[in-house]
Structures are given as structure tokens and as C-alpha cells.
Design a protein around this ligand. Structure first.
Ligand code: GLY
Length: 404
């Protein structure tokens, strides 16, 4: 049936409105409102944490209302202090600064944890690192430099990467193992090399990223979780998984770490190879997302669409895409990255994903370690950390900052 131009315009308008109103396409994002929401939820967490303990919040399983806590030695210990620093940065309120200082101080024993694994970067950089950016405190600076040196002791020059998990050498028979998550912790090395630390830390970070780029990806640019290397020959032995569905699947958070990691490496090194690669690893992730843009925990889980989601991967990716937006020369492509990131954050800001009155975290529906059966469809502290970081990046872009 041939429609008049007016009829066609009405139909187009109605379809556009329906798509915009559908929860699958939650388009509008009010970053100020959502940051205020994070503040309210974080206040609830502060009330829930015992004042005289060294507890740090880590996760809340579905159906529970209280945080499962951990201490300074857990890989997640830096995220709560990091959230508090970011709330201070975005509100200017001294109460958040005081809380950030208190919880950051709890991580001081890490100074004695020499080179125990790559997670030192997550732990130290999100706590002391963020604190240093905001306060320029000398003690934080010294601790960061010491931690970077400690992380660098895990670097194997024959292979060209950091040994991510020393404990897995014996346990899994992986003589030298590097995990994709490790890309994130190169930021500490870059930072140290530019803030009074040894210049070789910069070379280690760049070499680790280059080796990972060559060895850690399948031909479609999806990442292996773990790559195992031979310490004698320095050669790659195999790619396997630890937290993904299987050795050849695309574990959602692993791919998110890759997107964020290569974008950050481009920021720090300005090597165009990292920028091109960040786009390749982002594109395979974006192409395979479900309609609501929040991935299932592993893109290859045969249980999809009934598999658990991983909101944390969406938060990490949204934050990374907002940074990538500032670097990509093809502005049409750049705008697509930004638009996808805003749609992800809009979706995460709906009542489906926000914890609200359910529990004091910011978000629901993340998955920690599915194969181990832990933290499945849970609230997890690193999802909250990257959600807030991404919202702050949106605000910066809205304020006209070109590169964040
Ligand atoms: N870095 C550990 C994880 O992503 O679960």
C-alpha cells in the first residue's frame, strides 16, 4: 500500500518515539542525577561498615542485603577507596575525602607485599593513585613508586610480559602466565615512569602491551583470558581460560579489560598501533552485544539468553569507550563509541540494573567467577567503581573537555 509523505512521516515519528521509550533503548542519561544516586548508596554502605574494623566491601550476592567484606590483601581492596575519592572529586565534599583517606590508609600494609601478583596495580592505583591525583600527598607518591617497582619485579624480559599470577605457576603448571586483566595495571607503571620513577617502567609497560597485542587474541580480536609462555624459549605455549566459559570463548570482562587497557596504553604512549587495536577489540565486543547492550558474562555461553549478565563488563567498557571517543580520528566512528557508551550507562541506570533499595551497592547483575560458582548475578564493587568513573567522564565531555 502506497502511503502519502505525511503518513510516512507520522509512522517514522511514532516508530522513533516507541524505540526511544522502550526500556531496551533507555536513551536519556542525567549524569548528575546518577552520581547523586551513587552518593546516596555509598552513604548507606558507610553506615553498614563497622567503624572499627578493616573491612572493605567486595560483593553482595543476589537476595542478600549486606556486603561480603574483604581486607587490604584482596585484589578488590582498592575499588572502595577509589569510589570514595571519586565521590570527593565529583562533589567536593570533605566528608568523602575523610572517608577516602580512612579506607586508603587501610591498604598501607601492601607496601610489604612485594610483587605478589599483577593485582597490586588495581589495589594501589585506584586507592593511593586516585588519592595522589587529588591531594598530591607525598606519602601516597612514595608508596605508588614503591608499588610500581614491586610490580615490575614480575616482568620477564625474555617473554616481554609480567607474570600475572605467580601462584598459578605451580598450581596450574603455567610456567609464565599473563592474563588480559593485567593490561589495566600497566597504568601504574606508566604513571610511575612519569612521576619520578625509573624510566624502564615505561618500557616494560609498552613491551607488555605489544607482546599481549601479538599473542593474546584470536583472529576475530576476541581475547584469551590467560596466555601461557615457556620461560626457557620465551615463546607462547597456549591460550586458555580461567574465568570464561571455555578456552575459546569471549569472556565479557576480559574483553572489557582489553578495550580499556589498550585505550589507556594509547593515552600513555601515543603509539597508534594501540589506538587501532583498541578499536578492533571494542568492535568485536560491540558487534556481539545483546539488544540491551549489557553483555552476558561470556559471549559464548550456550545458556544465552538465560545466562547471567555481567554489568561490570558494561561499566568498564562504557568508561573506556568514552575515552576512546576522544582519540579516534574518524569522528563518525568516535561518535558511535560515545553514543554506545551513553546507551550502556542509560541502561545501567534503569531500575533493572540499579540496586536502589535492594542493597547498598550501586548496581546489580554482575558476574565475578562463573566457573568457580562465585559472585554470579551479584553486586560487585568494581562494577560500581567503573560505573561512577564512566558517569564522571560523561560529565567531563558534557562540560566540553575533549580528551578525558
Ligand atoms: N581481574 C579479575 C577479574 O576481572 O575477575
Amino acid at each position: 500500500m502506497i502511503k502519502t509523505l505525511k503518513q510516512r512521516r507520522v509512522i517514522t515519528f511514532l516508530s522513533f518515539s516507541l524505540v526511544s521509550l522502550s526500556p531496551l533503548y533507555a536513551q536519556t542519561l542525567n549524569a548528575d542525577k546518577e552520581i547523586h544516586y551513587c552518593e546516596q548508596q555509598a552513604s548507606k554502605t558507610l553506615l553498614q561498615l563497622p567503624p572499627l574494623s578493616n573491612d572493605l566491601p567486595r560483593s553482595i550476592d543476589g537476595g542478600k542485603t549486606t556486603w561480603r567484606c574483604t581486607d587490604y590483601a584482596d585484589w578488590c581492596s582498592g575499588f572502595w577507596p577509589g569510589i570514595l575519592w571519586n565521590l570527593y572529586a565529583s562533589t567536593g565534599k570533605s566528608a568523602w575525602k575523610m572517608a577516602a583517606e580512612k579506607y586508603t590508609a587501610q591498604l598501607k600494609p601492601l607496601v610489604n607485599h612485594s610483587g605478589f601478583d599483577h593485582d597490586l596495580g588495581f589495589m594501589i592505583f585506584n586507592s593511593f593513585g586516585r588519592g595522589y591525583q587529588l591531594t598530591k600527598r607525598t606519602t601516597y607518591h612514595q608508596l605508588l613508586l614503591a608499588a610500581a617497582d614491586s610490580l615490575a619485579t614480575l616482568y620477564n624480559p625474555k617473554i616481554g610480559t609480567i607474570l600475572s599470577w605467580p601462584k598459578m605457576v605451580q598450581k596450574m603448571g603455567w610456567p609464565h602466565n599473563t592474563i588480559i586483566d593485567n593490561m589495566m595495571n600497566l597504568e601504574l607503571l606508566f604513571w610511575a615512569s612519569k612521576h619520578g620513577g625509573d624510566k624502564k617502567l615505561y618500557d616494560i609497560a609498552v613491551k607488555h602491551a605489544q607482546t599481549t597485542l601479538h599473542n593474546h587474541f584470536r583472529s576475530d580480536y576476541s581475547a584469551y583470558h590467560v596466555v601461557v609462555y615457556d620461560t626457557i624459549s620465551g615463546k607462547r605455549i597456549k591460550g586458555v581460560t580461567h574465568q570464561g566459559y571455555d578456552d575459546n570463548s569471549m569472556w565479557a570482562r576480559g574483553q572489557a579489560w582489553a578495550i580499556y587497557g589498550f585505550t589507556m596504553c594509547y593515552r600513555e604512549s601515543k603509539d597508534p598501533a594501540f589506538l587501532t587495536f583498541a578499536q578492533k577489540v571494542a568492535d568485536v565486543y560491540l558487534d556481539r552485544l545483546p539488544e540491551d547492550l549489557i553483555p552476558f558474562w561470556d559471549f559464548n555461553d550456550p545458556a544465552i539468553p538465560h545466562a547471567a549478565k555481567d554489568a561490570s563488563a558494561a561499566c568498564i567498557t562504557a568508561s573506556a569507550l568514552l575515552e576512546l571517543y576522544g582519540y579516534v580520528k574518524d569522528r563518525r566512528k568516535a561518535r558511535q563509541y560515545k553514543s554506545k557508551a551513553i546507551k550502556m550507562l542509560s541502561q545501567l541506570s534503569t531500575s533493572k540494573y540499579q540496586s536502589g533499595d535492594t542493597n547498598p551497592a550501586f548496581l546489580l547483575h554482575s558476574t565475578g567467577n562463573h566457573p568457580a560458582g562465585t559472585e554470579i548475578d551479584a553486586s560487585i564493587i568494581y562494577a560500581d567503581y567503573y560505573y561512577l568513573e564512566a558517569l564522571m567522564r560523561v560529565k567531563k565531555l558534557q562540560a566540553g573537555v575533549k580528551k578525558i
